[in-house]
Design a protein around this ligand. Structure first.
Ligand code: DCP
Ligand code: MG
Ligand code: MG
Length: 359
């Protein structure tokens, strides 16, 4: 049996702003772009949430709901710094840490338990340490699987600690709305509710064929999770420092159109990865290898962070054009991005599940 924690900062960006500026303590704070600039709320302090303010809401709406809310612009560098701090506290407890975003991670603490400490005690200790060292609160879910630990960490926010013991998994999940289930995004939830499937117990009780017909493999997957079956491992990951894609040609080329075409295709691949990881970067890099195997890179740092294939392809394309002179022919082209900021808008559906990890 495994013991998994899921830890997540409470109102992450907003809490960091309150930490750094004591005049914001106890006040409704929203972090995000201005209403005039059509900004959205990235994070709302719990004081602001009492007025109904939520993440991803247009700033205009937030200010209408809570006119006294204090808006602060995001400071990604500071959030990244705090994130590195918390991840290192986690890694002090166990090397098996899987960060999901700047403010949350899974921890496999099975070995710590085998050494004689109980999971609730480990979790309480971790919360204390984070509070003491960083001055911020995390909420922690404790369970025997990742998907249940994640749901549990969200149950009693802020400053929560929710333990789902072995054998209690199905009872814990049963009454919850389907939207809580891992991999059930707003669109899937809408379809299920239209069919009368509203709680996790409802999914657990569905005819497997019925689910499979409507949702394919994803349907069977949802049902396994609803039944509390999830043996996906905690995958140790370090912070992503750069994302890139490259290709080697079957035959060397110096044709500008052909090269730009490849840069566009690689940019698309990099953009897809960035979107999945919720990253956007300011430094765009082009890697080139000539016929004689000379390899070099050219890079430029933009005044703003980019994520889209169009932006990447444009910047990388400019770097490319500067290198197309004489009779140069190329064997390899690569496009990369670094200098990350977490992108403000999260995708509508949660990240795609990796099916291979399950059952
Ligand atoms: N974030 C964002 N846009 C969103 C959601 C989140 O920019 N639509 C950013 C700001 C959040 C951070 O990611 O502070 C962490 O996201 P969470 O979903 O964990 O939200 P919070 O930490 O703000 O609040 P909670 O207490 O609900 O975890
Ligand atoms: Mg959070
Ligand atoms: Mg989070």
């Amino acid at each position: 049996m495994r013991h998994i924690l899921h830890a997540d900062f409470d109102a992450f960006y907003a809490s960091v702003e309150q930490l750094d500026n004591p005049t914001l303590h106890g006040k409704p704070v929203v972090v995000g772009g201005s209403a005039e600039g059509r900004g959205v709320v990235a994070s709302a302090s719990y004081e602001a949430r009492e007025f109904g303010v939520r993440s991803a809401m247009p700033m205009r709406t937030a200010q209408r709901m809570c006119p006294q809310a204090i808006r602060v612009g995001a400071r990604f560098d500071r959030y990244r710094e705090i994130s590195q701090g918390v991840m290192s506290i986690f890694r002090d407890l166990t090397p098996l840490v899987e960060p999901l975003s700047l403010d949350e991670a899974y921890l496999d603490v099975t070995a710590v338990v085998d050494n004689g400490r109980q999971p609730p005690e480990i979790a309480a200790d971790l919360k204390r340490r984070v509070k003491y060292e960083l001055g911020l609160t995390i909420s922690v879910g404790v369970a025997t699987s990742k998907s249940i630990a994640k749901i549990a960490s969200d149950m009693d926010k802020p400053d929560g600690l929710t333990v789902v013991a072995l054998g209690e998994e199905r009872a814990f999940l049963a009454p919850l709305p389907i939207s809580k289930l891992w991999g059930v995004g707003p669109k899937t939830a809408e379809r299920l509710i239209a069919e009368g499937v509203e709680t996790i117990a409802d999914i657990a009780g569905c005819d497997e064929e019925w689910l499979r017909e409507r949702f394919g493999r994803h349907g069977a997957q949802m049902q396994r999770l609803a039944l509390g079956q999830d043996d996906s491992p905690v995958v140790v990951r370090r912070e992503t420092k750069s994302v890139s894609a490259e290709t080697t040609f079957a035959r060397d080329t110096g044709d500008p159109d052909e090269l730009q075409e490849v840069v566009s295709r690689l940019s698309q691949r990099v953009a897809n990865q960035l979107r999945r990881k919720q990253l956007q970067g300011r430094t765009v890099k082009l890697k080139l290898r000539l016929s004689d195997f000379t390899t070099f890179t050219r890079q430029r740092t933009l005044p703003y962070a980019v994520q889209s294939a169009e932006d990447l392809s444009q910047s990388a394309g400019e770097l490319l054009r500067a290198e197309l002179y004489g009779r140069r022919r190329f064997r390899l082209v690569g496009v990369g991005v670094s200098g990350f900021e977490q992108s403000e808008e999260l995708p509508e559906e949660p990240r795609q599940l990796r099916f291979s990890g399950f059952g």
